[in-house]
Design a protein around this ligand. Structure first.
Ligand code: HEM
Ligand SMILES: CC/C=C\C[C@@H](/C=C/C=C\CCCCCCCC(=O)O)OO
Length: 495
């Protein structure tokens, strides 16, 4: 790799480069924000929006109006950091305050989360951040033995339905079906109840609609929809949508958790002294947004990349998966069950998953406010930043920084293998932290960093235990806002 050392975090109190003004301007009040928003969502699209300005200012650090902003949303002026070196300040919790900055300039109405500020919106300085993050670590830990078998079951159900759809109509869509699969998996694993199972507080067979509606209205300000652009702008990005629109759906979710998440709620109350009712709402958001969308959006992306890599590459992954599973099967067992140890012995698959997380992570944006006046350095300049300024990063640029990654836009499945792969691991920051560091209650790194990678690997492993290869339709495509992927064929395993 070219020169990863260039991005090593430095001591910002001693800038090695001459100080420059942060380039860029916000334009006229309100109008400037509206213009940037229309460019961002419509005329240019999110990656072009930043690429054009990066070229214009000849800088990876510049001022910009984030979206959404005025008139319907708060002041959205900020500074974007698009290279590995400047972005690293967002990973340093002593330098940035992450209170209410998950989405950048605004926090959705608290009624979408039962009136509570939930974990991803809390700063590390808040006691509740520590308490709820510890609870999430513990819930992942106490349920760890359920993960592989529950995933194995939902995968078999979903794969069966893909096969039926291909037989019927020649293709199977991946986005919605993998969302339903992941939702079922998470609720069965952590809440110990399937959302569609009939009985008290069931979410019914249309549980995905309940989640979709609540998610869509809650996150309308940043949503990308299939609606015509002018309608999307008018309905979603211009003014906030009122929570009463999804009151019924939210009530159903809360009822499901109150009724079924008893083990998790007991743990929160007894071991961590947390409020039972507040925990209901924390879990609805964390499992319903972070975990659900985070895990689910990786699946169409992986199928897309593996589809493009084709049969020969798929055969290599299949061989690695089958040999690791065979070697690690429990004694006396027939030998098709995946174990954690087997997953740990699949280096090419791991690298493939990491490369997918590098190019197409489920979420591209990170934000935080400068705790103090400070100097931020990019690869080629240094900038004075004022306390309170809203800093943001876009992973599309940060994880394709050409100073760090060779052929940054290319999918290189074995990029993270061996010594060369190890050298660039610190620059893989999909988890809002470095791949070589660990989430803790004192930082804002994704608490599921390691388990999310294993679960995503399990998806591919399950695919190649069941199939020899698969194809995607010619019109499948993915980008930072759309994951439009259809399976065209699934070739059943022959040996
Ligand atoms: C591949 C899947 C996933 C991706 C790409 C992902 C990504 C992220 C990112 C980028 C953040 C930081 C957000 C920010 O502060 O700007 C985050 C935080 C978080 N994630 Fe994940 N995540 C994934 C899976 C999960 C899962 C399975 C869980 C289940 C528990 C989870 C729970 C959380 C929580 C609770 C936070 C907030 C952490 C804090 O406030 O300290 N994530 N995740
Ligand atoms: C899209 C969420 C992916 C990963 C989850 C991760 C990080 C979360 C950061 C922000 C949450 C933004 C929610 C986006 C909702 C999108 C709604 C829509 O467009 O339909 O946490 O683990």
């Amino acid at each position: 790799m070219s020169k990863p050392a260039a991005a090593a975090p430095s001591d910002p109190s001693k800038p090695s480069k001459p100080l420059k003004e942060v380039p860029g301007s916000y334009g006229l009040p309100v109008l400037g924000a509206v213009k940037d928003r229309l460019d961002f969502y419509w005329f240019q699209g999110d990656t072009e929006f930043f690429r054009i300005r990066m070229e214009q200012h000849k800088s990876t650090v510049f001022r910009v109006n984030y979206s959404p902003g005025p008139p319907g949303y708060p002041d959205s002026r900020g500074i974007i950091l698009l290279d590995q070196k400047s972005f690293s300040v967002l990973l340093d919790n002593s330098k940035v305050d992450k209170s209410d900055t998950l989405l950048g300039p605004y926090i959705p109405n608290l009624a979408f989360t039962g009136g509570y500020r939930v974990l991803p919106y809390l700063d590390t300085s808040e006691a509740k951040h520590t308490a709820y993050k510890d609870l999430i670590f513990e819930l992942l830990h106490v349920n760890s033995s359920r993960i592989i078998p529950e995933y194995n079951k939902v995968f078999a159900e979903t794969a069966g339905s893909w096969e039926e759809r291909i037989a019927k109509s020649g293709k199977a869509e991946v986005f919605a079906s993998s969302d339903a699969m992941i939702t079922r998996f998470l609720l069965r694993t952590i809440v110990h109840k399937d959302p569609a199972e009939p009985g008290p507080a069931s979410l019914g067979p249309k549980f995905r609609d309940t989640y979709q509606l609540w998610t869509g209205v809650n996150f309308a300000g940043i949503a990308h929809t299939p609606l015509p652009h002018f309608l999307e702008e008018l309905l979603f990005h211009t003014f906030r949508l009122p929570p009463f629109l999804v009151k019924k759906q939210y009530k159903a979710l809360a009822n499901f958790y109150r009724t079924h998440a008893t083990e998790a709620l007991d743990l929160a109350e007894k071991k961590y002294g947390l409020d039972r009712e507040e925990t209901v709402h924390q879990l609805i958001l964390i499992l319903g947004i972070n975990a659900r969308l985070g895990l689910h959006k990786m699946i169409p992306a992986l199928i897309y990349y593996l589809g493009l890599l084709g049969e020969d590459f798929q055969a290599k992954i299949a061989a690695e998966v089958r040999s690791a599973v065979h070697k690690n099967r429990a004694q006396g067992e027939e030998g098709v069950n995946i174990t954690t140890q087997a997953l740990l012995e699949m280096p090419l698959l791991r690298s493939t998953v990491l490369e997918t997380l590098r190019l197409t992570p489920s979420i591209f944006y990170m934000y935080g406010r400068a705790r103090e006046d400070m100097v931020i350095e990019s690869h080629d300049a240094a900038f004075q930043i004022k306390k309170g300024e809203l800093l943001g990063g876009h992973q599309y640029f940060v994880m394709r920084d050409p100073e760090v990654f060779e052929e940054p836009h290319k999918f290189v499945a074995d990029r993270f293998l061996g010594e060369r792969g190890k050298a660039v691991l610190p620059y893989l920051v999909w988890s809002n932290g470095r791949e070589t560091e660990s989430p803790a209650s004192s930082n804002k790194q994704c608490p599921a960093k390691d388990v999310a990678e294993l679960i995503t690997m399990q998806f591919v492993a399950e695919m190649f235990l069941r199939y020899d290869s698969f194809e995607i339709t010619k019109d499948s495509f993915i980008n930072t806002t759309e994951l439009n992927v259809h399976l065209k064929s699934l070739k059943k395993r022959s040996v």
